[in-house]
Design a protein around this ligand. Structure first.
Ligand code: BGC
Length: 811
C-alpha cells in the first residue's frame, strides 16, 4: 500500500494523505540554518547545532506524536483548520504534501478556501521562509482570520526540557510592528536572538503561550484562534511564542500571499552593552529586507532549485530502470547531503541533544558526499581529524558548534581511526588535492599540537597495527563498527567486570571486522604514502597489511564464513560453534570488499553463506540465530529483543557492503538483488509494512525473528545513505574515482541493458556511454575516449581538458 507517489520530473515525493504510518519528514537548510518538517507541518529549527542553538521547541515522545511545529491556523467562518492539517486535525477537502530538495510544499483546501504553503531555507541565509497563499475559490467574499504560531525553545534544548526552575523565569521577547523577537539570554551577552515576522501589517499578536492557547489548552484549537483575536500579550518568563493575527477579506477568485520568516541573528562581537537588553535590530532588518516580498522569496526559492540542480548534475544516470535513476539522481544523493549535514544529531529518532557528529559516522557519510561539494568535505575532514588523540585513537563524537570531542562518550572504539583513512582516500581520489595532507591539524583540538594531516593518517594506521591481540587480530576496544558488540565489558577478573573507557592492557577481545578494515584501508594508506614520497612507510604498510591478511586466514575463517571476533576470554564470536549468533554480516562484507580470501576461494563461500543464513525478503539480517537471552560476554547486542537493531535486525548500513562484495566477485545479479531489497523506491509499494518514508533509507528494518518483521525505524540519519551511493555509483554502475582518474567498471544484472552516465570530476564533464550485451555481469571489453581506444578501463587525466566522451563496451 502507498501513501503517495514519486514525481521524478519535479524531484519530489508527493504525499497524498496526512495519515501516513509515521510522520514523514524532510530537511530544510543547506549550511547553518536547518529545519525538520513533517508532512503535517511538525518539526523544529536550529542554527548549526540542534542541542545548543535550538530555535523552536519540539517535544519528542509527545502525544499526539509530532504535534509541535510551525503552524498556520485559518478561521473561516468558525471552521478552524491548518494547511498541513495539524495541529487542529481538521480534515481538509483536499491535501497534498510535496517533499522536495530542501523544501516542502503543502496544498490543501477546505470549504472552497485553498491554501498553498511553501517552506524552505534559502541557500545562504539564516532563516526559514514560509510563503502562504490563500485563495477564495467560492463565489462569495470570505472574511478569514489567519494566525501563525511558533513556540520558542530557550536555546539549549537539554536545559530547555529539564531546568524549569530557572527557565520559567527567563523568557523575554520584544515586538516591533510585525516582527516578534525572541531574546531570552540576550542579557547574558550571548549575542544572539531569533525572530518571527511577516511581510504584512498584523491586527494583533501574542507572545505568551498561555494567552494564545488559553491556559491549560493544547495547541489544536487555540483560544485566540477561536475568538479570532490575539491579545497583544508580551511574554514575561513562562512560555514565549510568536503568533500573528492577520484578518483578510478575499473576493471570489481572489488570492493573497504572505511571506513569513523565522530568522536567526548574531550581533557583532563589538556590540557591548550600551543598552544591554534592547534588541539590536539591524541584523534582523537586513535579513528581513532580503525576502520581504513574494517576488524576492520566490527568487530565493528559484536559487535553491538551481543550487540542487547544479549539485545533482555532478552525477546523473540514464538507464532503463526507473528505480535506479530516481534513487541515484535524486533521493540517494539528497540523503547523503542530509546525513553529511546532520551526522546522527537531529531527526525524528535522534533528539538533537544526544549524539552530535560521529567520528566514524561522519567519515562514512563523507564517502557519499565528497563528489557533491568537495570543499565542504575537506573542511569536515580537518574537523574530524582535530578530535584525534596523539596516539591515533579518537573521540567517538564531537559537538557540531564547538567542534570539541565529547568527553561523556570518550574514545575506545577501535575502528574509529581507520575510518579517517577511508575518508581522506575518498577525498584524494575525488579531488587529487594532496595539499590537504600538509594542512596543520591539532590533536584533541589543542592549540600548539598541530601536525600535518598526513601524520594523523599515520597515527590511525599505527594505532591498529600496534593494538593486536593473541590471534594477531586488532583489539576491538569498547566496540568496532557494531556499537553494541561490547566484548570487553566482561573480564576474567572477578569483581572487575566492566570497562567503560578505552581499551587498556587488559581486555584482549579482537575484531575480524577491524582486521578487514585494516587490509582495505591499509592498502589505501600505502598508496597515499607512495604518492607523497613516504616509501619506507609504504613498505611497512604493505607488510603489515600482508600480515593482517594472513592473520584473518589463520584465525578469522570458520569453515563456511568469516568469524566476527574473539571475546575477552578468546572464545569465538560468530562461529558455527556458537549456540546463538553463529554468523554475522559485517566480516563477510568487509573481508570480501578487501578481497580477503578471493584467491583462496573463501570469498564466494562467505557470501553464499550470507545468502543462505541471513537473507530475507526485506534484506539481509545482521546475524543469525538471534540472541534469545542476555550474554554478559557480548554486551548490549544481546539486550535487544530478537530481530531488532543489532540483534538480528536488517541493519541496512551493511547491506551495501554485501552488494559491493558481490560486485568484487563479479556476481551482478546477486549484487543488484541485495541493492533492490532495501531500496526505498522498490519497496514503496509496501509502505504500510515498512512505515517510514519511502524516499529515503532507514537505519533498521525488523528482522525475521521480530513480531513486526519488515517494519523500519530510525529513518534518515544512517550510514546506509553514503554506503548505498558508493555501492550504486561505484560498484554497480561502475564509476570509480581513483587516485589518477576516473575508472569505469560496472557490475550489473545480466539483463540490465545499457546506460549513460554524466559525471563531473575534477573540473571536467564526463559523458559515459556504457554498452552492455545481455548476459554480461562484469568486465570491460574495450573503452574509447573521444573516439580513441585506450588500454585498460581508467580514463587518463588530461590537464585543462573540460569534456570527456567515453564509450565502454562490457564483455
Ligand atoms: C551508529 C553507528 C554504528 C551502528 C551500528 C549506529 O547507530 O551511528 O556508528 O556503526 O549504529 O552499531
Amino acid at each position: 500500500m502507498k501513501f503517495g507517489h514519486f514525481d521524478d520530473k519535479a524531484k519530489e515525493y508527493v504525499i497524498t494523505t496526512p495519515h501516513t504510518p509515521q510522520p514523514w519528514i524532510n530537511y530544510l537548510g543547506s549550511n547553518d540554518f536547518f529545519s525538520l518538517i513533517s508532512n503535517t507541518c511538525g518539526g523544529y529549527s536550529f542554527y548549526k547545532d540542534a542541542k545548543l542553538l535550538r530555535i523552536t521547541r519540539y517535544r519528542y515522545n509527545n502525544i499526539p506524536v509530532d504535534s509541535n511545529g510551525k503552524y498556520y491556523y485559518i478561521n473561516d467562518d468558525g471552521v478552524i483548520w491548518n494547511p498541513g492539517t495539524m495541529p487542529s486535525g481538521t480534515e481538509t477537502d483536499t491535501y497534498e504534501c510535496r517533499h522536495g530538495l530542501g523544501y516542502s510544499r503543502f496544498h490543501s483546501s477546505k470549504n472552497n478556501l485553498e491554501a498553498d504553503l511553501l517552506a524552505f531555507v534559502p541557500v545562504d541565509a539564516a532563516c526559514e521562509i514560509n510563503c502562504l497563499t490563500l485563495k477564495n475559490n467560492s463565489d462569495v467574499a470570505k472574511n478569514v482570520s489567519l494566525f501563525s504560531y511558533v513556540e520558542f525553545c530557550l536555546w539549549n534544548a537539554v536545559d530547555d526540557s529539564t531546568n524549569f526552575q530557572r527557565n520559567l523565569s527567563i523568557g523575554e521577547v520584544e515586538v516591533h510592528g510585525s516582527t516578534i523577537y525572541h531574546k531570552t539570554e540576550y542579557r547574558e551577552r550571548r549575542r544572539h536572538y531569533s525572530f518571527f515576522t511577516v511581510n504584512a501589517p498584523v491586527q494583533n499578536f501574542d507572545t505568551s503561550r498561555d494567552e494564545f492557547l488559553g491556559a491549560g489548552n493544547g495547541n489544536a484549537f487555540p483560544e485566540a484562534v477561536r475568538r479570532k483575536k490575539c491579545s497583544n500579550s508580551i511574554a514575561s518568563g513562562w512560555y514565549p511564542i510568536a503568533a500573528h493575527q492577520i484578518d483578510l477579506t478575499l473576493a471570489p477568485g481572489e488570492e493573497k500571499t504572505f511571506v513569513f520568516m523565522l530568522g536567526y541573528c548574531e550581533n557583532p562581537a563589538d556590540n557591548k552593552w550600551e543598552a544591554p537588553n534592547v534588541i539590536r535590530k539591524a541584523p534582523a532588518k537586513a535579513l528581513i529586507e532580503r525576502f520581504d516580498t513574494a517576488e524576492k522569496a520566490m527568487a530565493a526559492f528559484a536559487e535553491l532549485k538551481t543550487y540542487w540542480e547544479t549539485l545533482l548534475a555532478r552525477f546523473a544516470v540514464t538507464s532503463s530502470n526507473e528505480h535506479v535513476d530516481r534513487m541515484a539522481n535524486i533521493w540517494n544523493q539528497y540523503q547523503c547531503m542530509v546525513t553529511f549535514n546532520m551526522s546522527r544529531s537531529a531527526s525524528y529518532y535522534e533528539s538533537g541533544t544526544g549524539r552530535g557528529m560521529g567520528f566514524r559516522d561522519s567519515c562514512q557519510d563523507l564517502l557519499g558526499f565528497v563528489h557533491l561539494i568537495p570543499e565542504r568535505a575537506r573542511e569536515r575532514i580537518i574537523d574530524i581529524a582535530s578530535t584525534q588523540f596523539p596516539d591515533g585513537s579518537a573521540y567517538h563524537q564531537y559537538q557540531p558548534l564547538t567542534k570539541q570531542g565529547n568527553l561523556d562518550v570518550g574514545s575506545g572504539f577501535n575502528d574509529d581511526p581507520l575510518w579517517l583513512i577511508a575518508a581522506v582516500s575518498a577525498y584524494l581520489k575525488e579531488t587529487g588535492d594532496y595539499g590537504i595532507l600538509d594542512e596543520p591539524v591539532p590533536f584533541d583540538c589543542k592549540k600548539g599540537s598541530e601536525v600535518p594531516l598526513f601524520e594523523h593518517l599515520n597515527k590511525s594506521f599505527h594505532y591498529t597495527a600496534t593494538h593486536l591481540g593473541p590471534h594477531k587480530l586488532p583489539l576491538i576496544g569498547r566496540a568496532d563498527w557494531n556499537d553494541c558488540l561490547n566484548l570487553n565489558c566482561f573480564s576474567s577478573e572477578p569483581g572487575e567486570s566492566f570497562q567503560t573507557t578505552g581499551p587498556s592492557e587488559g581486555p584482549v577481545a579482537e575484531s575480524v571486522f577491524i582486521a578487514a578494515m585494516f587490509v582495505q584501508y591499509g592498502k589505501e594508506f600505502k598508496e597515499i604514502c607512495l604518492r607523497t614520497g613516504h616509501e619506507d612507510l609504504a613498505k611497512e604498510a604493505e607488510s603489515a597489511v600482508a600480515d593482517m591478511y594472513q592473520a584473518v586466514l589463520d584465525a578469522g575463517w570458520d569453515g563456511e564464513w568469516f568469524l566476527r571476533a574473539y571475546d575477552s576470554q578468546s572464545a569465538k564470536v560468530g562461529s558455527k560453534e556458537c549456540e546463538e549468533g553463529k554468523i554475522y554480516i559485517e566480516p563477510q562484507g568487509f573481508c570480501v570488499m578487501a578481497e580477503i580470501g578471493k584467491e583462496e576461494g573463501l570469498a564466494e563461500k562467505a557470501l553464499d553463506s550470507v545468502h543462505k543464513h541471513l537473507e530475507t525478503k526485506y534484506g539481509i539480517m545482521i546475524l543469525q540465530p538471534a540472541y534469545t537471552r542476555y550474554h554478559l560476554e557480548l554486551g548490549e547486542i544481546s539486550s535487544y529483543p530478537p530481530g531488532y537493531k543489532e540483534n538480528a535486525g536488517i541493519f541496512c548500513h551493511n547491506n551495501p557492503w554485501i552488494s559491493i562484495a558481490e560486485a568484487v566477485l563479479g556476481r551482478g545479479d546477486l549484487a543488484f538483488d541485495v541493492y533492490r531489497k532495501i531500496c526505498p523506491s522498490y519497496i514503496e509499494e509496501i509502505s504500510d509494512v515498512h512505515r517510514t518514508e519511502p524516499y529515503i533509507y532507514s537505519q533498521m528494518v525488523a528482522g525475521a525473528d521480530a513480531a513486526r518483521f519488515g517494519e523500519a525505524k530510525n529513518s534518515w540519519l544512517t550510514g546506509t545513505a553514503a554506503w548505498t551511493f558508493v555501492n550504486l555509483s561505484q560498484a554497480l554502475l561502475g564509476i570509480q574515482p581513483e587516485y589518477d582518474g576516473l575508472a569505469v567498471n560496472p557490475c550489473l544484472p545480466k539483463n540490465f541493458g545499457g546506460l549513460k552516465i554524466k559525471r563531473r570530476y575534477r573540473d571536467a564533464e564526463y559523458y559515459i556511454d556504457i554498452r552492455k550485451p545481455d548476459g554480461v555481469e562484469k568486465g570491460v571489453a574495450w573503452m574509447e575516449v573521444d573516439g580513441k581506444k585506450i588500454a585498460g578501463n581508467q580514463i587518463p587525466l588530461i590537464p585543462g581538458k573540460k569534456e570527456y566522451h567515453v564509450t565502454v563496451q562490457m564483455g
